[in-house]
Design a protein around this ligand. Structure first.
Ligand code: NAP
Length: 285
């Protein structure tokens, strides 16, 4: 029988626990604040940013939004990041991607202080993940690891196949899985014969952004299937990378879209903001 991994419910549970932690911090006189920077008017980004602000409100984290015109210069963007780095009332900084292509997002991520880098994109934090040291793990891979924990899915010795190698999802996922002793294979747009590779996966994670790319014949019987993709169909509906209805019959565990990885990403962002707040107040190492 297939188990549907309920990311929405798990995220609610995590947010509930964080709300208690946030309350406890407030009782000690410690407030937690996330600052979000968005450049331009990307419609999908607006939805993501709104969801993040709602989650902050729900947990009790203060939220500060910096909406920048798409004509902003790199210098102005870096100046804002440096100002937020110095602001003692701000515990976490998030730069919503994408940003206009004339701006250098890598420099911007580098400039966010590693202590406030709650998205885990600063190279210092990426390096710590690679070295399996405590760090801010980027939120989508971290959310997927939490799902595995909650559903007692042990990665040790398993063949994990990841479709996609982006800096924000695929690459950190490789190290999250490797750190849990999985044998990891990554596929991308230049990979030959993906079907042959994916059908050997005990755990198949798709993060490529193509609706219904993963069909039933690409999946091993009883595999765990995690769908990171968010794709908007012509009728406006959101769907994942996986042909859910058909793959569901074959998988032992599967995440739906919506209601799977998406809510977990935001819950882990909240988790990272609380962690940053505690660290900056000397409550944890
Ligand atoms: P991205 O930066 O566009 O990366 C896509 C990756 O998929 C690239 O590595 C690309 O290969 C690979 N790829 C594209 N077409 C392929 C094909 N036909 N066969 C094999 N590999 C292919 O995307 P992303 O930011 O990682 O996001 C991926 C998806 O996840 C999107 O739908 C995004 O909306 C979604 N997402 C969801 C969440 C969430 O919380 N649920 C969070 C972040 C992203 P190359 O490297 O060779 O180009």
């Amino acid at each position: 029988m297939t188990t549907i991994i309920d990311g929405k419910e798990l995220a609610k549970k995590i947010r509930g626990n964080l709300k208690i932690e946030c309350e406890e911090l407030k009782n000690k006189g410690i407030k937690s604040k996330l600052a979000v920077i968005m450049v331009g008017e990307d419609p999908a980004s607006k939805v993501y940013v709104r969801n993040k602000s709602k989650a902050c409100e729900n947990v009790g984290i203060e939220y500060e939004e910096h909406l920048l015109n798409d004509k902003i210069t790199q210098k102005d963007l870096i100046n804002l990041i440096e100002k937020l780095n110095k602001d003692k009332t701000v515990n976490g900084i998030l730069l919503q991607s994408p940003i206009p292509s004339n701006l250098d997002i890598n420099e911007a991520f580098r400039k966010i202080s590693p202590e406030k880098d709650v998205d885990g994109f600063n190279p210092v934090n990426v390096g710590k993940l690679v070295l399996n040291q405590d760090t801010f793990v980027s939120c989508t891979p971290y959310g997927i690891m939490k799902m595995f924990e909650e559903y007692n899915i042990d990665l040790a010795g398993k063949n994990v196949v990841i479709l996609g190698r982006s800096n924000i999802v695929g690459k950190p996922l490789i190290h999250c899985c490797l750190n849990r002793n999985a044998t990891v294979t990554t596929c991308h747009s230049k990979t030959q014969n993906i079907k042959e590779i994916s059908s050997r996966a005990d755990i198949l994670i798709s993060a490529i952004g193509k609706a219904h790319f993963v069909t039933e014949d690409m999946v091993k019987e009883n595999a765990v299937v995690i769908d990171v993709g968010i794709n908007r169909l012509e009728d406006g509906k959101i769907t994942g990378d996986v042909d859910y209805e058909n793959v569901k019959e074959k998988a032992s565990y599967i995440t739906p879209v919506p209601g799977g990885v998406g809510p977990m990403t935001i819950a882990m962002l909240m988790n990272n903001v609380i962690k940053a707040t505690k660290r900056q107040n000397g409550m944890i190492d």
